[in-house]
Design a protein around this ligand. Structure first.
Ligand code: ADP
Ligand code: MG
Ligand code: ZN
Length: 617
């Protein structure tokens, strides 16, 4: 995306400068043309005074070289070289004196003394004035050039991409078909506004793209510009918010002004929640003067569009719940386009889009990768393909192999392997029991996500990892699934306790997550029917469907709080016992599996099943 400032003001400045220079040149040349010939003045200093008739006579007899009329003074020079001078009446002209004979070779010259005097008197001032302006302009220009930001503080920082620059089209966006359909309509508004206005339809002003981070909101907005072939003005909400109150508003004004000059076009305000939060609210996110002003300015500008201003304002956010309701009113961002995380097919397509510009090996199967990347957004998938290419390049091979992509998936989802982190043998074996505990318990809980892989190679902060792959297309969760999840999470600690009789700190994250699930069961999903009833406890301040939680406001009694705590403790206790039960029943397999895991460090589902089911059957 090119970042270019508008050149128009600079150009105008240049023109002004040139005009002044020209004026100066014209003035000075006029001066020199009309300036009295000083040598002539000197010549005639010693001239003899004669009556005017003498000059006329000499003229008629062609004895004169030249006659100079300067005001009422008349100077003449004989062919012989001597000078004479005389005075004429104010009413006399060259014609009345008879000095206008075309055949007479005498040069008759008239100096306009008034003009000359004027220039003589004022040229100095004029020159000075012109020079001063020129100097001023020069200083101004050099400041502007060296420090282009100093004078453009209130200017918008919008990045402008010309119609010709935006090359992204719908082909570059895989999946999100509903969103694309909605956007096709917007492309049509920009391309054929007449089609809608003649029938009396009002073209929508704003569209809000809503989706989790990395789902391609920014990409889609650019795509609309690319498809419609119009310029694209993009600015991020946070760029409006500056140190000084009022700057944001003036940036908005500037941005819309530029856009109007370039209509039809698209204005894209990324991360609009930075300015568009609910105004005037108390506590979190409320009462920020600068933001309010900026937001008001955006609303004013959008209301101020003429009926036939062909500008569509697009905005993106992953926090639609915090947006000011004024933004969402009809005539503003009344179109909301939801972009979901990609499903299996979409993930495969996105992977393909990002495989296009890479050398892919013959064995690569992106569908397999798509299956392993449930819940990831487009940006993660792009990242995976890039990491895969980096892995391949590091290995020095010519094309990306399937294994590179598999490694990349692990790196992106779990963090890099840290093989250099040295664990003591004890730590290693505790980790192996812990992870195998998760694996066995998870495997035995019917509702748990299917087991995928177990590893005791450190990654990020984790010493080991047991990897379950979520099933596709699950939008609701049953109570049993929650319980099974809790059970699986506690499996790690259960295995440690059964084997070593002591516990380490390694399970703290598991416990945290298990407690969270249990708490949500009680407070959000009404799953403790006997004690708490089907009631939601705590006022949510996040957007559940985008997975962002800002915390809960407590709006329940002390008694309810006790019941919630009791429920959480009971559920955790029950599931912990259940996990221990599974592991005790499979103690022999646990030992076998741990021995194997210590040896290979990373174990796939197949290897796990070979041992786990082999002995059973
Ligand atoms: P957002 O603005 O929603 O956070 P972006 O539009 O910045 O996400 O997406 C980041 C990158 O992820 C894009 O530049 C693109 O390469 C990739 N991406 C996201 N979604 C898709 C998709 N549906 N198809 C292809 N690439 C995608
Ligand atoms: Mg974005
Ligand atoms: Zn664990």
């Amino acid at each position: 995306m090119a970042s270019s400032r508008f050149l128009a003001p600079r150009k105008r400045q240049n023109q002004l400068f040139t005009a002044l220079l020209l004026l100066f040149l014209v003035l000075s040349s006029v001066y020199y043309i009309t300036a009295p010939d000083r040598s002539a003045d000197q010549k005639y200093e010693s001239a003899k005074e004669v009556p005017i008739s003498t000059i006329t006579k000499a003229y008629e007899q062609r004895q004169l070289q030249e006659i100079i009329v300067r005001g009422s003074n008349v100077y003449a020079q004989y062919q012989s070289g001597s000078y004479i001078q005389s005075y004429k009446e104010v009413g006399d002209s060259v014609a009345t004196l008879g000095w206008n004979d075309a055949k007479n070779p005498t040069a008759v010259q008239i100096d306009n003394i008034e003009v000359k005097n004027f220039f003589k008197a004022h040229l100095g001032d004029l020159l000075f004035f012109v020079m001063l302006i020129a100097l001023g302009m020069w200083v101004f220009r050099s400041i502007a050039r060296s420090q282009s930001t100093a004078l453009s503080f209130g200017k918008s920082r919008a990045r402008i991409a010309d119609a010709s620059e935006v090359k992204t089209t719908f082909k570059d966006v895989a999946g999100c078909d509903e969103a694309k359909n909605d956007l096709r309509e917007i492309v049509d508004f920009l391309k054929n506004p007449k089609k809608y206005t003649t029938i009396g339809a009002k073209i929508p002003r704003g569209a809000l793209l809503v989706g989790a981070p990395g789902t391609g909101k920014t990409l889609l907005a650019r795509t609309v510009a690319g498809e419609a072939g119009v310029p694209f003005f993009s600015i991020s909400g946070s760029e409006f918010v500056e140190m000084f109150v009022g700057v944001g508003a003036s940036r908005v004004r500037d941005l819309f002004l530029k856009a109007k000059r370039n209509a039809p076009c698209i204005i894209f305000i990324d991360e609009i929640d930075a300015v568009g939060r609910q105004r005037g609210g108390a506590g979190f996110g409320g009462g920020h003067d600068e933001r309010e002003q900026t937001l008001n300015q955006i609303l004013t500008e959008m209301d101020g569009f003429d009926k036939d201003t062909n500008i569509i304002v697009m905005a993106a956010t992953n926090r639609p719940d915090v947006l000011d309701s004024a933004l969402l009113r009809p005539g503003r961002f009344d179109r909301r386009i939801f972009i979901d995380k990609p499903d299996l097919k979409a993930r495969e397509q996105i992977l393909q889009v990002h495989a296009r510009n890479k050398k892919m090996g013959r064995d690569t199967d992106l569908e397999v990768i798509a299956r392993q990347t449930v819940g990831l957004a487009g940006a993660d998938l792009e990242n995976i393909m890039n990491e895969a290419a980096i892995f391949a390049a590091k290995r020095g091979v010519k094309s990306v192999q399937q294994q590179d992509i598999v490694d990349a998936v692990e790196k992106v989802t779990l963090g890099s392997e840290k093989r250099s982190r040295k664990l003591t043998d004890k730590e290693k074996s505790v980790t192996a029991y812990h992870e195998m505990g998760h694996a066995i318990v998870g495997h035995l809980c019917k509702e748990s996500d299917p087991l995928h892989k177990i590893s005791i190679v450190s990654r990020g902060f984790a010493l080991g990892v047991t990897w379950f792959l979520p099933k596709e297309d699950q939008y609701t969760t049953t109570k049993q699934k929650f319980l099974d999840e809790i059970c699986g999470l506690l499996g790690g600690r259960a295995a440690e306790q059964l084997t070593f009789g002591e516990i380490t700190t390694g399970a703290s994250n598991d416990i945290e997550r298990a407690s969270m699930i249990a708490r949500n069961m009680a407070m959000r999903y009404g799953m403790d029917e006997e004690e708490l009833g089907i009631v939601a406890y705590g006022e949510k301040q996040g957007s559940p469907f985008l997975g962002v939680d800002l915390g809960l406001t407590r709006n329940y009694s002390e008694e309810a709080a006790k019941k919630i705590d009791a429920f959480v403790r009971r559920v955790i206790g029950e599931q912990y016992e259940r996990a221990k039960g599974y592991l005790t029943a499979n103690k022999a397999k646990l030992e076998l599996l741990v021995t194997k895991l210590m040896e290979v460090e990373t174990m796939s589902l197949e290897e796990f099943l070979e041992i786990f089911e082999g002995k059973e059957g």
